[in-house]
Ligand binder design. Sequence first.
Ligand code: NI
Length: 156
Amino acid sequence: MALRDIVIVGEDILRAKAKVVTEFDDNLSQLIDDMAETMYHNEGAGLAAPQVSILKRVVVIDVGNGLVELVNPKITKQDNPIICDEGCLSVPGKRGKVLRPQNLTVEAYDRHGKKVKYKAEGYFAQAVSHELDHLDGILYIDKLIDDKLEDVKPNN
Ligand code: NI
């Protein structure tokens, strides 16, 4: 495993649409392992492949209940939008408020190409929604409900 560099807002790759994964091979496993390591190292709750300069539809999430890997994820149901406080490893030192579904269902594949399905709620649903946006070049700062991007205190 290896840490990968996180791309910061302003780079074009964060605005591109990621490509569907067609090969479930060692490269994919390596990418997922590296993304997980990079996410944990930076104390993030999720990371999408374009954030490490790879334009593929791959996401890792851990909201405290273990690592979730999503390849070619699709949200098939979503409900109950609520206001969420949010940050992003690609927008360091900032937070803002966005609307996210409180409940959703996401279907995807694991690294071996096996279908997986999660019914997510609360913070998990928020993270899935946030990370899947990255795959379409969308950042939470595009969706702020009040146009306010707040500075995070250094030790927060
Ligand atoms: Ni993000």
